[in-house]
Design a protein around this ligand. Structure first.
Ligand code: NAP
Length: 249
């Protein structure tokens, strides 16, 4: 059974990694997709063509900086005019700029806050009018277990991801009466280009601490998104769903 037929989703940062897996799963489930990316033009074009030919849904990639307020509004406006509706918003775009606080520059702090946290404000605010008019919507924000546990060398990243939780719970309370839901996914260690930067030692340390004894796959996160985006979760809002192999147990 396809769970997202005739719905339209905006997914930020879908040229690769978790966002790409979400776009693929959503297309497979009949969803039309508008996705953004920062620089990966070729990868984005390839994904667009692949999804259209494989699943016969409407798909369009937009090069749009999620950290920029005006560009985010322009992106959402284009989606509304081309697709006519937004049913699902997935704020997935994110980066790391790891450093111990002692060595962290102001730029490293600001860049993380802008790309990881301000982006969530930008896209949610830009989509708000459409959701309110439609009297429905599902917003899914990508946090991290690191936002709950903290992690040495990632104080900027952890703070941005914890901020997403506070924002999302507030939005769930603000918009619940309008049938707009807002939930968070907190992935653990997921094998993408973001985590490929870690060496073998760090990798082993992470997996040793995971009850399921392995890293997760982008599809594991995409499956959780299907649940939170679809009518399977119409009574679920303001929640944080960890997809972490038990890391947070
Ligand atoms: P990834 O492989 O590095 O992919 C990041 C995606 O975000 C790319 O599509 C990138 O586009 C896009 N992006 C980056 N900056 C952007 C910007 N300013 N505007 C628009 N798009 C932007 O990362 P990932 O591992 O899939 O992570 C996806 C999300 O999950 C992030 O929020 C991350 O923090 C979170 N997360 C990941 C893990 C993990 O273990 N991988 C764990 C917990 C949480 P380009 O290709 O154009 O650069």
């Amino acid at each position: 059974m396809k769970l997202l037929v005739d719905k339209t989703a905006i997914i930020t940062g879908a040229s690769r990694g978790i966002g790409k897996a979400i776009a693929e799963k959503f297309a497979e489930n009949g969803c039309n997709i508008a996705f953004s990316y920062a620089n990966s033009v070729e990868k984005a074009n390839a994904l667009e063509s692949e999804l259209i030919s494989k699943y016969n849904v409407k798909v369009r990639g937009f090069q749009s900086n999620a950290a920029d307020f005006d560009s985010s509004q322009a992106f959402v406006d284009s989606v509304v005019s081309e697709f006519g509706q937004i049913d699902i918003l997935i704020n997935n775009a994110g980066i790391t700029r790891d450093n111990l606080l002692m060595r962290m520059s102001e730029d490293q702090w600001d860049e993380i806050m802008n790309v990881n946290l301000k982006s969530v404000f930008n896209l949610t605010k830009a989509s708000l009018r459409t959701f309110l008019k439609q009297k429905s919507g599902s917003i899914i924000n990508m946090s991290s277990v690191v936002g709950v546990m903290g992690n040495a060398g990632q104080s900027n990243y952890a703070a941005s991801k914890a901020g997403i939780v506070g924002f999302s719970k507030s939005i769930a309370k603000e918009l619940g009466s309008r049938n707009v839901r807002c939930n968070v996914i907190a992935p653990g260690f997921i094998e993408t280009e973001m985590t490929a930067e870690l060496g073998d030692d760090a990798l082993k340390k992470w997996t040793d601490g995971i009850p399921l004894k392995r890293g997760g796959q982008p599809d594991d996160v995409a499956n959780a998104c299907i649940y939170l985006a679809s009518d399977m979760s119409t009574y679920v809002t303001g929640q944080v769903l960890s997809v972490c192999g038990g890391m947070l147990v």
